[in-house]
Ligand binder design. Sequence first.
Ligand code: ADP
Ligand code: MG
Length: 331
Amino acid sequence: MSVRVVARLRPLLENELEKDTIVEAVAASADSGADPTIVRIPNPKNEAEAYSFVFNSVYDQQTTQQQIFDHEIAPTVKHLFKGFDVTIFAYGVTGTGKTHTMKGGKALADRGVIPRLLSAVYRRSRKVEKDTEGNTQVEVTMSYYEIYCDKVFDLFDDKRSPAGLPIRDNGGKTVVVGLTEKPCATLKEFEQLYDQANLNRSTSATKLNASSSRSHAVLCVKVVQTTGDHVKISTASAIDLAGSEDNRRTENGKERMVESASINKSLFVLAQCVEAISKKQSRIPYRESKMTRILSLGQNDGFTVMILNLAPVRSYHLDTLSSLNFANRTK
Ligand code: ADP
Ligand code: MG
């Protein structure tokens, strides 16, 4: 089991000013050319003082989508085809670049982790089939769901029930009962399915009274490699997490409280699981929230990458600090 926790600073948005940049990516050694591993941020109570947080890697404002993919995700694809599960999380406050990192934009260079991952999976599938002269067949299927207030909603289902889908233990594995699993043989097919499903996500505001920043979106890509009667199954899951902002500070009302409580709890359990994995503890509390339970987080020799998205500007100061403290707990 292995985990990497990395931070990514997004560039300034149009209405943000250079002089309000307070967060820095810093290299541990003074060597020019050393890659940053430290996030430095001022103490909000005394800006002459700075806090440093250490990560496996820190990506600055200039980092491209291609670089994130090449450094953090491409290496996991090899493991996926060896039969290990891969789990990729984007964590952060709303507006810090989670969706940009995971889904990205339409232009080729802007495409995020998810379309690039699929593209790499298809490339590798064809390579495996070719290298084995057709003796191994690779099938790719995907499911895509949203977890909102601890309920699971199928994003491939346009007519979802407000109660959500039940989950059940099935031979030691937790499954979502009735979740659609779509065969998806090409990148083009994937894109159509993914775009269509994302429409269900954005319209959820009317269907469910939720906005996408308050739910976790979980895309699971299952790779089935069949060689004669030997079958190897592994799953890559990519999760655009609910915004980690402290909802208590800005909003109230019963509905918001229920949302916040369930977001806070699932993010808290997630942090505990990532911590337990990174410390190689034998007990991983994955059963304590629905998301980590469905993902069976840390239950096999998988690979987990947590991308901590950060906005480098002053208006996010306290939220950024609490994100950094959250991630710090996972090490
Ligand atoms: P989140 O999903 O965390 O709420 P978004 O991904 O929607 O945040 O990002 C917020 C805004 O910042 C969007 O306009 C997005 O296009 C922009 N953005 C985020 N990260 C980057 C980046 N690395 N490069 C360019 N624009 C970015
Ligand atoms: Mg988003």
